[in-house]
Design a protein around this ligand. Structure first.
Ligand code: ASP
Length: 349
């Protein structure tokens, strides 16, 4: 069961998303609105008796407009307030939530406080909204502590809370545009199950074996790309994508256990790209399972061509990890070395 710090100080960072949207009377479409509107719709928050402050993006955004500059902004808000708060709740649109969660997990080095990201499928002002419950549960999780003499935060990582589950942020994927349970970690257990109570799966939680000051690593390098293969992909299309000016890294989304066409034109194009110095990471298109690139002849050809196995990493974590590593100024071989290492629980190696 859950133990709370009843005097918890929590900072809400409101970036936008459906949770705070209202309908535009002229167009009938949903548009982000300000924090006061959002909070006015959750009077129950006062019952929590936590000390809650907020920061809001101006203007709040639909998360399809999220970008690495804004990730820096979120990370900076956390860093600037790190010592003054017990936990952080980031309100965010669902569309790019898994990318933001992954990016923050890499950027917030030595994190040992909760960063809980949530949002909703229905705006907070709607009668059947899921936003109210998600916000309240996220705040409770941010205030949850271990049941020890000297309690520590229960969650010490970036996590996504949605409806009935808490997931590791860099393992999560948006699975549904309709269901209230919109997120899932297809390759990692849930961190908590939310029902009548909040039940943490303590064995699955990320805990650093040391305490060091938070160190934010800013600056993503966006010279990266995702290439999806499909039956019918042409040599011209593949070569065009691999020769984009400035591209340093590519997440290659392959079939099943990491397989791709065995035709010479395909392997040649990939080999030429890796020989030109492009770092390529093999990630499966399957929502569940990972790359086993020595299992089939076709996957093995990719490994021989110099493509690194991404094991069971999500596409969201793979692309943000690449942006992060190149953004730290690492060389090609250093990036490759880090890609086969789990930095903060983003893959099983
Ligand atoms: N388009 C919205 C966003 O990502 C969807 C949502 O919040 O659920 O901001």
């Amino acid at each position: 069961m859950i133990t709370f710090n009843h005097k918890a100080r929590i900072l809400i960072i409101y970036t936008g998303g459906t949770i705070g949207m209202i309908e535009d009377p002229d167009t009938g479409t949903l548009k982000p609105f300000d924090f006061d509107h959002l909070i006015d719709n959750v009077p129950k928050i006062k019952k929590l008796r936590f000390e809650i402050d907020h920061i809001q993006f101006t203007p709040p955004i639909d998360s399809s407009d999220m970008n690495p500059r804004l990730w820096d902004q979120i990370a900076k808000s956390i860093a600037d307030n790190y010592d003054g708060y017990d936990g952080f709740v980031v309100l965010h649109g669902t569309d790019t939530m898994a990318y933001t969660a992954s990016a923050l997990s890499f950027m917030l080095e030595n994190l040992n406080k909760p960063v809980i990201i949530t949002g909703s499928q229905l705006p907070i002002g709607e009668v059947r909204t899921d936003g109210e419950e998600n916000l309240i549960t996220a705040l409770q999780i941010a205030a949850a502590t271990t049941d020890e003499k000297r309690p520590r935060p229960m969650i010490q990582e970036v996590a996504i809370l949605f409806e009935n589950y808490l997931w590791r942020g860099n393992r999560s994927t948006k699975m549904s545009a309709d269901n209230f349970n919109a997120f899932k970690s297809n390759n990692y257990p849930k961190l908590a199950q939310i029902g009548l109570g909040i039940h943490f799966n303590e064995e699955a939680l990320w805990r650093l074996p040391f305490t060091r000051p938070l160190n934010v690593r800013y600056g993503m390098d966006t010279n990266v790309a995702i290439i999806d293969i499909f039956p019918g992909l042409t040599e011209a299309a593949l070569r065009h994508q691999l020769s984009m000016p400035g591209v340093k890294g590519v997440v290659l989304r392959t079939y099943g256990a990491g397989n791709a066409p065995t035709a010479a034109w395909f392997t040649d194009a990939i080999t030429e790209a890796t020989e030109r110095g492009i770092v390529m990471l093999n990630v499966t298109q399957c929502p569940n399972g990972g790359v086993h690139d020595r299992r089939y002849y076709s996957g093995n050809r990719l490994a021989i061509a110099g493509v690194i196995s991404g094991h069971d990493i999500t596409t969201e974590a793979a692309i943000t990890k690449m942006m992060f590593l190149f953004g730290q100024g690492l060389s090609q071989s250093e990036v490759k070395r880090e890609l086969i290492t789990s930095l903060c629980g983003e893959m099983t190696v």
